[in-house]
Design a protein. Structure first.
Length: 313
């Protein structure tokens, strides 16, 4: 991907449009080819027709068709892992939370979702040999539960300077679903310039749930949610970073066997997350995380604790 002057070659793109696209994070043929006309016309302030024309041209140029399995294998080799702080959980996840993917953790209140998000925000900053990726964090907070003090505490426990650790985390408080979506859509440039390797959305569904509460609004909500997840997926793939989203559970009264809870969000989310982890409180203050529907790993469970130092076995 050497898109720098490539995108100017596309029919319909002059220097002014190219500049606008680039500043919104559309700086390669691939990123334009996978964009929707609406996204592109908003980013470059162009009409829908021009946007469609540009996307079509990018698709032709970008060679987006089939690829050999060996090429996929090659790309998979660059997948990175972020340690959760618990060896048990890392093992269940095949080495930690993966890049190029969305990992969803769901569980009831107080199960430790936000704590895990904090721990990953610290650990991603560590060098690879210590379970990190030497990268920074973008943290979208919809419930106002991000706590810098807790980051400081966890950072100290892994040998990072608390001040440095906080400098490396860009936090945005989202107030509406549109705001939440925009924060992700506009993230491209920040992500690229700052070597962001983790994007947290805590919690993914809470604003969607309050804004779209009626049955009649469900279709619209799911469509918007699908768009938001697609944006997150693109960021994960284009920048080889990990997306970690938290989710609540709702009770499912028609289930008699097994656990009568399920994550909020329905099918859209179920098919979008690459790994889903179900988290619950267990005996003696421990937490049990179970991997659900992973494409390549067995549905195993791991036990860990939330201690003063953070997440540990
Ligand atoms: P909701 O967002 O309400 O759905 O919950 P959550 O799953 O995000 O829970 P969260 O991660 O906030 O976990 C809260 C639990 O973490 C608390 O009940 C404590 O047990 C534990 N916890 C939080 N902060 C600390 C801390 O500083 N030290 C220790 N030892 N435990 C903590
Ligand atoms: Mg929380």
């Amino acid at each position: 991907m050497n898109g720098v002057e490539e995108i100017e070659k596309l029919q319909g793109i002059g220097p002014a449009i190219a500049e606008k696209l680039r500043s919104s994070g559309y700086d390669t043929l691939e990123s334009i080819a996978v964009a929707t006309p609406v996204e592109l016309s908003e980013a470059a302030e162009i009409g829908a027709k021009t946007a469609i024309q540009i996307i079509r041209a990018a698709r032709e140029q970008a060679d987006m068709g089939y690829e050999k399995a060996t090429e996929i294998m090659e790309r998979r080799k660059s997948v990175g892992h972020i340690s959760t702080g618990s060896n048990n959980l890392d093992e269940v996840l095949g080495g930690g939370v993966e890049t190029q993917a969305i990992t969803e953790i769901f569980g009831e209140f107080g199960s430790g979702k936000t704590q895990l998000a904090h721990q990953l925000s610290v650990n991603v900053q560590l060098p690879e040999e210590k379970g990190g990726l030497g990268g920074k964090v973008l943290y979208i907070d919809t419930e106002n539960t991000f706590r810098p003090e807790r980051i400081g505490q966890m950072a100290r426990a892994v040998g990072l300077d608390p001040g440095d650790a906080l400098e490396n985390i860009y936090v945005a408080r989202a107030y509406t679903t549109d705001h939440q979506m925009l924060l992700a859509e506009k993230a491209g440039e920040l992500v690229k310039e700052n070597f962001v390797k983790l994007i947290v959305v805590d919690a993914l569904m809470s604003l969607f749930r309050t804004e779209y509460c009626g049955r009649g609004e469900l279709a619209e909500r799911q469509q918007k949610l699908g768009r938001h997840l697609a944006t997150l997926h693109k960021l994960a793939e284009l920048h080889n970073l990990a997306v970690f989203v938290t989710n609540h559970v709702q009770s499912k009264p028609d289930v008699f066997f097994g656990d009568p809870t399920r994550p909020v969000g329905g099918h859209v989310l179920g098919h979008s997350a690459t790994a889903r982890i179900y988290l619950r409180k267990s005996e003696k203050g421990s937490r049990v995380a179970k991997l659900i529907d992973h494409p390549a790993l067995p549905p195993e469970s791991a036990r860990f604790y939330i201690c003063k130092e953070g997440i540990r076995d």
